[in-house]
Design a protein around this ligand. Sequence first.
Ligand code: AMP
Ligand code: MG
Length: 354
Amino acid sequence: MNTEIVKIDRNNIDKEKISYCAEVIKRGGLVCFPTETVYGLGASAFNAEAVNNVYKAKGRPADNPLIVHISNYEMLELVTDCEGEQRNVLNKLADKFWPGPLTMIAHRDDAVPANVSCGLDTVGIRFPSHPIAQALIEASGVPIAAPSANLSGKPSPTRASHVIEDMMGRVDIIIDGGNCDVGVESTVFDIAGEQMSVLRPGAVTLEQILTVVESADEPDWMKSHGDSDEKPRSPGLKYRHYAPKATVKIYDGEQNLRVKHILNEIEKAKMGGLNCGVLTTDENVRYYENAATVLSLGKESDSLQQASNLFHCLRSFDEMKVDFVFAEAVPSGGAGDAVMNRLYRAAGGNIIRV
Ligand code: AMP
Ligand code: MG
């Protein structure tokens, strides 16, 4: 497939270019576009065949549902079918957090083909705040079903160059709209289940959600992840994900001990001729500088900065042909939990507490 790259300035949106891309969506094609979280790989949410092609382009397992992106509230009516308390909650959360990085799982309207949700009777919906995403959906006149625009299993794309690397030749258009701000995928919040629940942490935190709804929980994703036979509540969450080619190991615990352990590991790996990387925060770069390739997520106290740099760092380690990445755990709170969640899964659950 011939992939066209269309550059659009988010601060001065070229309407003709947007219409050109929207035509591709309307005729059932695939368009990668920036959102405030990560880049998405979009198709018309009402076109089952186009949706099927999204799974193919990504190599995405058929049991990992897509999120439907809307740009106005009429579209919300078309894709969801919920009333009563679920409707109430949906409205309240939308009022507070949309447009923005919150996906809600609500009852699916039959207008949405089943393959968008892998046959579930629910649908994940989000109203993105990114001006290019909004303009594209609006011009297409249909909601856009989109997972992240990476090859399945790889770190999500937060820059156009990441999308180009993964999706060239697999989609019709890649919109180059600059870097994504948030950098980790949306918070996924289930309002359709018996207990409302955060299925995937993101920039919108449980704490913030609890200012709007009375009761909600966040299952311990370190326990719910992985090889358990239990049916996962959010299908995509069972897969090893966000992973660079390198083996990732996370170190959590007291600062001095962490540094000591990581330096020790580097020493050992180097003797085996392996190329080592360390993922840390600005404050700790100095401990590792002379021993390995060091990348910083940003200030230890700035979880938003860490989120926005995470996937680019993971992809950079690949470019530098690093075999082992030793990552320091980041503090929880704010977007810190989302960062740890992605790191944990990039490491396939390999976390060492010192
Ligand atoms: P991605 O687009 O790659 O960020 O993946 C979207 C994620 O949203 C999936 O992996 C699921 O975890 C979650 N999701 C989307 N739709 C549903 C749904 N109907 N029920 C539960 N989780 C969903
Ligand atoms: Mg994804």
